[in-house]
Design a protein around this ligand. Structure first.
Ligand code: SF4
Ligand code: SF4
Length: 415
């Protein structure tokens, strides 16, 4: 046999064994990048800090969810049969609290996402059906929701705004603007008042703002699902839209997930654009003194805050402090600090659809704290937190406390 035919035969054998391992025995393929990230667990000193802060462990105990540390222990098993890890992976809320306290800075949340991605590749049916169904529009419409007909949408928006006593201003595309308002999928297609509140606030402070001519998801839901290919695709599409706007200096966000995702995208792209959640934008780019001049009457209120995990832990650790500072400057507002204000509300990473029982248990803990406090309202800064709290206040508190979104509150104070 010639040398060439020997090589060809060994290539064929290699391919056969590879496909057997991959398709028949469902063994995941790991690249050197994967191994590098996963091997971070080699540095674990078994201190247990991650377990003590995990909201899922607090809600359901280690018997059901054995905690962030054990995800690391299970990895050696995952290399052989990742399908066995499915339930654990989809019980993590992606709050990143474990990484925040870990003395070895082990990126547990990122590892969970990477393992979900592997799971999807070797056995797509292992991804919970509800998650697949919910995220279908990402491929079809490049956003998390199937967009409504624009006239129908306008009518709903106007009705929602009327109820809140807010004016309606038209969506705007201005290719020369220097501020891009990025509302995120939920504010763009469901929780309209958030986007409208932000538009009004930006108008009032004199920003030269625009929306994108076509809205594209930042990819965050794809990442939470564990589809890194879809994340990459959506981010490429979004970047094309951003690059059309030659004068943009800052992207203003009202969704923490988008803030974190777009910030990473812009850093990778090398574009000279800042990405700021609306609170930071108002303080740094407009200035407190200018905002104060817009306040007509300081409404008195007692509110509790819910820290948004993606912002507070991943992108902008000062955000709670900045928000409190801004609110105190522009309103007659007393902030009540609930003991779990920085803990996940249970609304992340599709937990409300994959594990509603875990999500509710996490939520109930927060609801009880709010119920026993002097706060009459809970103020959220994230569309996911808003949805989660709205269910909690309706179901567990029978609407006895009020729920407010930050952009809407800002608009009310500034008008
Ligand atoms: S990311 Fe949050 S929910 Fe997931 S393991 Fe870490 S602390 Fe627990
Ligand atoms: S906090 Fe970090 S070092 Fe400590 S047990 Fe958890 S993963 Fe290991």
């Amino acid at each position: 046999m010639s040398y060439e035919s020997l090589v060809r035969e060994s290539d064929r054998n290699f391919e056969y064994i590879r496909s057997l391992l991959y398709n028949e025995y469902k063994l995941a393929q790991f690249s050197s990048d994967d191994f590098e990230e996963l091997s971070a667990f080699d540095n674990c000193i078994n201190c247990g800090l991650c377990i003590s802060v995990c909201p899922v462990v607090r809600a359901v105990g280690v018997e059901r969810f054995s905690g962030p540390r054990s995800i690391g222990i299970s990895i050696s098993r995952a290399l052989q049969n990742i399908i066995e890890m499915r339930d654990t992976l989809f019980e993590c809320t992606g709050c990143n609290a474990c990484n925040e306290v870990c003395p070895q800075k082990i990126p547990i949340k990122q590892i969970v996402i990477r393992l979900k991605d592997k799971l999807r590749k070797i056995e797509s049916k292992a991804i919970p059906k509800d998650v697949i169904e919910l995220t279908k529009p990402l491929t079809e419409a490049k956003m998390f929701y199937q967009p409504k007909d624009s006239e129908k949408k306008k009518k709903i928006v106007r009705r929602q705004l009327e109820k809140l006593g807010l004016p309606y201003i038209e969506d705007r595309f201005d290719a020369n603007a220097d501020v891009l308002l990025y509302p995120g999928c939920k504010a763009e297609e469901r929780l309209y008042a958030m986007k409208e509140g932000a538009k009004i606030v930006l108008d009032k402070v004199g920003a030269k703002w625009t929306l994108m001519d076509t809205f594209i998801c930042c990819g965050y839901p794809a990442e939470e699902k564990g589809d890194l290919d879809e994340l990459q695709y959506l981010q490429n599409e979004l970047l094309k839209q951003i690059e059309k706007l030659k004068n943009i200096k800052v992207i203003v966000t009202i969704c923490p997930g988008c803030t974190s995702s777009i910030k990473r995208l812009i850093e990778k792209s090398g574009l000279d654009i800042k990405v700021k959640y609306i609170v930071r934008y108002l303080i740094e780019d407009i200035g407190i003194e200018s905002i104060k001049k817009l306040i007509r009457e300081k409404e008195k209120m007692i509110v509790a805050l819910q820290a948004p995990c993606n912002l507070y832990r991943e992108t902008d650790p000062e955000i709670l402090h900045l928000t409190e500072y801004l609110l105190k400057q522009i309103g007659n507002i007393t902030i009540v600090h609930l003991p779990s204000e920085t803990m996940c509300c249970g609304g992340g990473a599709f937990i409300p659809v994959t594990n509603r029982d875990i999500s509710n248990k996490i939520l109930k803990h927060h609801i009880l704290e709010l119920k026993n406090s002097d706060a009459t309202r809970i103020l959220t800064m994230c569309p996911e937190c808003y949805t989660q709290w709205s269910q909690g206040i309706r179901v567990f508190l029978k609407n006895k406390k009020e729920l407010l979104d930050f952009s809407v509150l800002l608009e009310k104070l500034i008008s």
